[in-house]
Design a protein around this ligand. Structure first.
Ligand code: B12
Length: 130
């Protein structure tokens, strides 16, 4: 399998990393290249994604900042004319899933979601780019 490159990020001062670490390890086990940054703003996220030429951006948000981060990221990506699928996980209420998708998230992984499903979706989303 060709390597899938994924950028995982925790936004701002969000220190919750247990779920994200599980997902990242599962991705590595599946043969993906994983790049991980944390405590970054959206400008740094987009800059890193471009530099690293990633197939998918995976955000983690557990401090109730999922709407601001998706809004800011989508706006910046549009401005830069940069198009790569963005997925988001973390402590996200189920009622927020569809609104997040409407705002640009390709998929949303809340509490109790399966890391194997995340791997499967990432492979699917990056198949044209890997
Ligand atoms: C453990 C925990 C902590 C630990 C974090 C340890 C660590 N290294 O992660 C500690 C004690 C450090 C902590 C601190 C704080 N916490 Co806390 N914490 C929790 C708690 C109890 C569990 C989170 C967890 O680990 N769950 C287990 C993992 C496996 O699940 P998960 O994170 O949801 O991940 C799953 C999916 O979401 C998915 N996933 C996650 N990210 C991503 C990313 C991608 C790309 C993908 C595909 C999937 C994915 O993968 C997992 C698969 O199932 C939650 C409450 C809760 N019920 O969730 C509060 C909670 C998240 N914490 C909260 C708060 C307020 C804080 C503090 C501000 C408390 C304080 N006053 O100091 C600080 C913040 C510190 C900081 N700077 O971040 C609030 C957040 C409120 C909000 N959303 O608005 C919560 C919801 C508690 C609450 N009910 O109030 N916390």
């Amino acid at each position: 399998m060709k390597k899938h490159r994924v950028l995982f990020c925790r936004y701002s001062v969000d220190g919750h990393d247990r779920g994200l670490l599980t997902v990242m390890n599962r991705c590595k086990d599946a043969g993906m290249e994983v790049i991980y940054i944390h405590f970054h703003n959206v400008e740094e996220i987009v800059k890193t994604a471009l530099q690293e030429d990633v197939c998918v951006i995976g955000l983690s948000s557990s401090m109730g900042e999922h709407f601001p981060v998706i809004n800011e990221l989508s706006a910046l990506m549009q401005k830069e004319n940069y198009d790569v699928p963005v997925i988001i996980g973390g402590v996200i209420p189920s009622v927020d899933v569809q609104p997040l998708k409407d705002k640009g998230a390709a998929e949303v992984f809340g509490p109790g979601s399966s890391p194997d499903d995340a791997v499967r979706i990432i492979v699917e989303l990056s198949k044209d780019k890997a």
